[in-house]
Ligand binder design. Structure first.
Ligand code: ZN
Length: 406
C-alpha cells in the first residue's frame, strides 16, 4: 500500500467578492483533484491545537502524524535540524536576528536585509570574540540566510535547559520602534546571561568593518543580535517505528524539512523548489513519482498558495492551485494507477486573501482510497466537503486514520 499526502499550504480561504462570493479552491479548475473528491471521502479537520499559533510548522507537524501539543518545541529547533545542526537535550536553540538598534529602540528587525555573506562574517566575529574572551563560553552562533540566524546555548543541566527554553522572548518584528531594555528585563541568572550576550555582541558588532561599510553606503548596520523563538531539541519518534512505514518529504520550506529530519524521514531535494509562486511544480511532481517507488508514504508540500494568500493576490492563488492539480496531483495519481494506494489532500491551515495571514479555522480534507467507493463528497473545497462523511478529529490523527480507517 502506498500513501500520498498532498499539502497545498494555506489553500483554503473565505468567500471573496471578486470571485462572486466563491473561494480560490472553488474557482480553480482542478480536474485531477475533482476526481479524488468525487470518488473519495470528504470532511473537515484542524491541524492547530488550542493555544498554538497557526504556523505552518505546527500545522504540518500534525499532518506528518505528530501531535504538536506533545512534540512542538519551537521554530528555532526545527530550523537547526533542517540545516543539519546536531543538538543535545541540554541545548536551547534560539532564532537569532541581526537587528539595527538605535537609541535603545528596535530600529530594524532585519538590519536592512543584510546579505548572507555580510552576516556570516559578523557571526564568525562573534564566535571568535566570545571564545577568546571566555574559556567556558557555552554558546555558538550559526550563520543562516540574510538576517535569520541561530544561536545554540548548551546548558549545564536539564533543569537549566528547561528554564531557558521558557524564557519570555519576543519576536523582533513584533516590537519595531519599541524599547529593547523593556523586552530584555529578565530576572534570573541564566536569563540575565542571555541579555548580557546580546549587549556584549553589540559592542563587537557596532564598529565592525562590515557595519562601518554599510553605514557609509547609507544602509542599516547589523549592530546587535536578538534572541527569540527558542526551544529544546524536539523528540519526535521515528516515523517508521511509529507507523511501520517508510516516508519521504518534498517541500521547499526549511522548517518542514526540519520536522522530517527529526522524524527520520527522507528529505527529497527538488531542484527549482523555491517555496514561492515560481516553484517548479513539474519537477516536484516528477520527484514525487520517483520517491513513491522507494517509500511507502510521501508528503508533498507546496508553499505557493500560502504565499499568494499573504500577498493577497487572488489570481496567483487560483493559478497556484491549478498548477498543483495539473503538474503534481495529476501525474502522481496517474503513476499510481493499478496499485493499492490511498491519497489525502488538505491544506495545513487557511491563509485567506482578505486577511493576508494564517487563521486557525477548520480546513477541507479529501481522502481517496483505491478500490473503495466514496461518500458523495462533490469537490475539494470549503463547500464541497460538507456533504462528505469524514468525522472531524485532531489533525495529527490523520496519518493513523489513513492507515486504519479508509
Ligand atoms: Zn504562511
Amino acid at each position: 500500500m502506498k500513501y500520498v499526502i498532498f499539502i497545498p499550504d494555506g489553500a483554503s480561504d473565505l468567500p471573496i467578492d471578486e470571485l462572486d462570493g466563491k473561494t480560490p479552491l472553488q474557482v480553480a479548475k482542478t480536474p485531477n483533484i475533482d476526481k479524488l473528491a468525487e470518488n473519495g471521502f470528504g470532511g473537515f479537520t484542524n491541524n492547530v491545537p488550542d493555544g498554538y499559533t497557526p504556523g505552518s510548522d505546527v500545522a504540518n507537524m500534525s499532518i506528518f502524524g505528530y501531535n504538536p501539543a506533545e512534540y512542538y518545541t519551537g521554530r528555532g529547533p526545527l530550523e537547526a535540524g533542517s540545516v543539519g545542526i546536531k543538538t543535545t537535550p541540554r541545548d536551547v536553540i534560539f532564532r537569532c536576528n541581526t537587528i539595527t538598534e538605535k537609541d535603545d529602540m528596535m530600529d530594524d528587525f532585519n538590519a536592512g536585509h543584510i546579505t548572507s555573506e555580510e552576516a556570516a562574517v559578523l557571526m564568525d566575529a562573534l564566535n571568535e570574540y566570545f571564545n577568546e574572551k571566555y574559556d567556558d563560553f557555552r554558546g555558538k552562533f550559526y550563520a543562516g540566510i540574510s538576517y535569520r540566524h541561530l544561536f545554540v546555548y548548551s546548558c549545564e543541566s536539564d533543569e537549566d535547559a528547561e528554564l531557558l527554553a521558557n524564557l519570555d522572548t519576543v519576536p523582533p518584528h513584533d516590537i519595531s520602534g519599541k524599547s529593547l531594555t523593556e523586552y530584555t528585563s529578565w530576572s534570573e541568572d541564566l536569563e540575565i546571561k542571555m541579555r548580557d550576550i546580546m549587549y556584549e555582541a553589540q559592542e563587537v558588532l557596532k564598529d565592525h568593518e562590515v557595519n562601518l561599510k554599510r553605514i557609509d553606503e547609507g544602509k542599516a548596520p547589523a549592530n546587535m543580535v536578538w534572541f527569540w523563538g527558542q526551544g529544546l531539541t524536539p523528540k519526535l519518534s521515528d516515523f517508521k517505528e511509529t507507523y511501520g512505514l517508510s516516508a519521504a518529504v518534498i517541500t521547499g520550506v526549511d522548517l518542514l524539512k526540519g520536522i522530517g529530519i527529526f522524524a527520520n524521514m527522507d528529505i527529497i531535494d527538488v531542484p527549482g523548489a523555491t517555496g514561492f509562486f515560481d516553484t517548479d511544480y513539474k519537477a516536484k511532481g516528477e520527484y514525487g513519482i520517483e520517491a513513491l517507488k522507494t517509500h511507502d508514504v510521501l508528503f508533498i508540500h507546496i508553499e505557493a498558495p500560502d504565499e499568494a494568500g499573504h500577498a493577497q493576490l487572488i489570481d496567483e492563488k487560483v493559478k497556484a492551485i491549478e498548477r498543483i492539480d495539473e503538474f503534481i496531483v495529476g501525474p502522481v495519481m496517474e503513476s499510481l494507477e493499478g496499485q493499492d494506494f490511498k491519497a489525502a489532500i488538505l491544506p495545513d491551515h487557511p491563509t485567506p486573501i482578505s486577511i493576508g495571514t494564517h487563521t486557525r479555522d477548520d480546513i477541507p480534507l479529501v481522502v481517496y482510497a483505491s478500490g473503495r467507493t466514496g461518500d458523495g463528497c462533490t469537490s475539494f473545497d470549503e463547500e464541497g466537503v460538507k456533504t462528505g462523511s469524514i468525522e472531524k478529529q485532531e489533525g495529527y490523527k490523520l496519518m493513523s486514520r489513513l492507515i486504519n480507517e479508509f
